[in-house]
Design a protein around this ligand. Structure first.
Ligand code: ME8
Length: 534
């Protein structure tokens, strides 16, 4: 039976058009899911939208729309972007869907029954933008949100609270027993020092001052706090507390299923502190990992609509293709740390890795096989000399470490490792000097082995890069004349190749003109939002 793997992205607020920052998390989740599937896991990938809350209600009102009309419009934009980026999510949960509403109401009833929520009064500070309550100390003398810096509002309202104290020991035990629960691990210290050590207040889990939320069945003037509502998407989408809960049984309840939530640093607290407590209260297991990815930064800080420094994925995909954009996101930004988008970094990364290292290697290899062997590459069964042996060893090691890195979510390392082997293969051409071997009829076997080893490196790269290069890997396989049986991860157990009939095709990634493209990118980034995201 294959092992199971359940991966999720945050469900985004449909407050405006999604930018490259949102695209980043979804692309990474998609790459991980495809990499795991390649390695034989049975996978399930969820993304969606967090459609309730005061912020959405206010946004809709300012546009003269009902909240539902407003979120329906933005949802279309998210769906179109996921399609453009080749995102293969299995489900798209929207928190206004009846299936989700029903799960949330049932969960709230359970909390009430178990005595995990109680009615009291909330008095304090609220940031509408972050949909978060803050204490007096947290907002400081200036009364601003510690997360986004916007002014907070003083609120006093009757509210239900979730008792945190009862679940704190289990949370601390979880932190201790599963050291990778919060990855990268430095984030755990941050959570303990900033939120648990100063004393964890009970969490306010309902609101009464606006209506755009899921009503509490037992007390209709309350709507469920948007974060409790939102976090439950990870189980409601699987059918938890619904008639058909087979996906929930398979991907949540089965201990053989690994559960990973990808989140940005901004929402770590809700996922690592409150979410496990809610689950414990429901008698459900915690996810295996909350992976905190970094933020996509611009030169002047975090990319965000309010700063007006947003880059959209659409024009980039249109000009450079979906593979190039996916590759940039996975390779330039070390997964788990912040990364930058600048026109220079973008063009340099695509030129160095995709045009030169990969594209040019394929082009040279296929051309040489055409020239020296009329396109018919004899089989490659073994290494003839030390140079062959070193390249073969690097290929084997890359396949092995790819598996390990993907399993431990070291995604950037997994993919950079492939580039290292391709660099080595490019140097191998210079060392072996096939043009010289071709002049000596006594060196036919060595020439064939050299071409064969280049094809082996390219085949390995094509297979392992296929989760990122969703269109170009196919073209690489085609040019190498590689049968489908040799395009799988399992087939890489044998790195050698049978006889192949290669055929030159269009260059995979044409080299970009640095000056022309950086200027083009700068112009797109300066374009008005509506145009850039159109
Ligand atoms: O917080 N770089 O939604 P949200 C990288 N609805 N990732 C970015 C980014 C950037 N510049 N900007 C956004 C919410 N993200 C809640 C989540 S989950 C139960 C509820 C990504 O629309 C990143 O993953 O503000 C971040 O955590 C998420 O979008 C926040 O999206």
């Amino acid at each position: 039976m294959s092992k199971k793997f359940y991966i999720t992205t945050p469900i985004y607020y449909p407050s405006a058009s999604p930018h490259l920052g949102h695209a980043y998390c979804s692309v990474m989740a998609d790459i991980i899911r495809r990499s795991k599937a390649l390695m034989g896991y049975e996978t399930y990938f969820l993304t969606g939208l967090d459609e309730h809350g005061e912020k959405i209600e206010k946004n809709a009102e300012s546009k003269g729309m009902t909240p539902q009309e407003f979120v329906d419009g933005v949802a279309e934009k998210f769906l179109a972007l996921w399609k453009l980026l080749g995102i293969t999510n299995d489900d798209f949960i929207r928190t206004t869907q009846p299936r989700h509403v029903s799960t949330v109401q049932k969960v709230f009833s359970r909390f009430l029954k178990e005595g995990d929520v109680y009615l009291s009064k909330y008095k304090g500070w609220y940031c509408v933008h972050e949909e978060t309550f803050w204490t007096e100390t947290q907002v400081g003398k200036e009364h601003v949100c510690p997360e986004c810096g916007r002014p907070v509002e003083e609120k006093e309202e009757e509210a239900y609270f979730f008792s945190c104290g009862k679940h704190l020991p289990a949370l601390l035990k979880l932190f201790e027993e599963n050291p990778l629960f919060i990855t990268p691990t430095g984030r755990k210290t941050e959570m303990i020092n900033n939120f648990i050590a100063p004393g964890l207040n009970d969490l306010c889990v309902t609101r009464t001052t606006f209506r755009w939320g899921i009503p509490v069945k037992e007390d209709q003037k309350h709507v469920v706090y948007v974060w409790l509502d939102a976090l439950l998407n990870y189980v409601s989408a699987l059918g938890y507390l619904q008639e058909d809960d087979s996906l929930f049984q398979k991907f949540w309840q089965d201990p053989d299923s690994e559960i990973v939530h990808l989140v940005g640093a901004d929402i770590t607290r809700f996922h690592t502190i409150y979410w496990p407590m809610f689950l414990e209260s429901l008698g459900l297991r915690a996810p295996d990992r909350i992976f905190v990815h970094g933020l996509m930064m611009m030169k002047d800080g975090k990319m965000s609509k309010s700063k007006g420094n947003v880059v959209y994925a659409e024009p980039l995909v249109e000009r450079y293709g979906v593979d190039a954009v996916r590759y940039y996101l996975a390779s330039e930004i070390v997964f788990g740390t912040d990364g930058q988008f600048t026109p220079e970094l973008f063009v340099d990364r695509l030129n160095a890795d995709l045009a030169n290292n990969l594209g040019n290697l394929l082009n040279r290899t296929v051309s040489m096989i055409g020239k020296y062997f009329g396109g018919d590459l004899p089989e490659t069964k073994a290494d003839l000399d030390e140079e062959d042996r070193k390249l073969s060893e690097a290929i084997r090691e890359c396949v092995r470490s790819y598996g390990e890195n993907v399993d431990s979510l070291k995604v950037t390392e997994a993919y950079r490792g492939i580039m290292d082997v391709l660099s080595m293969a490019n140097k191998y051409i210079d060392t072996k000097a096939p043009w010289a071997l071709a002049k000596d009829p006594g060196k036919r076997d060595e020439l064939a082995s050299t071409m064969g080893h280049l094809a082996m490196a390219l085949r390995m790269a094509g297979v392992l890069l296929s989760p990122i290069l969703i269109t170009k890997a196919g073209s690489l396989f085609e040019q190498l004349g590689l049968p489908s049986g040799l395009q799988t991860f399992a087939s890489l157990e044998d790195i050698y190749l049978p006889a192949l009939r290669v055929e030159k095709g269009a260059p995979l990634f044409p080299r970009l003109d640095v000056q022309q493209e950086t200027e083009w990118l700068k112009a797109v980034m300066a374009a008005p939002k509506e145009k850039a995201a159109a």
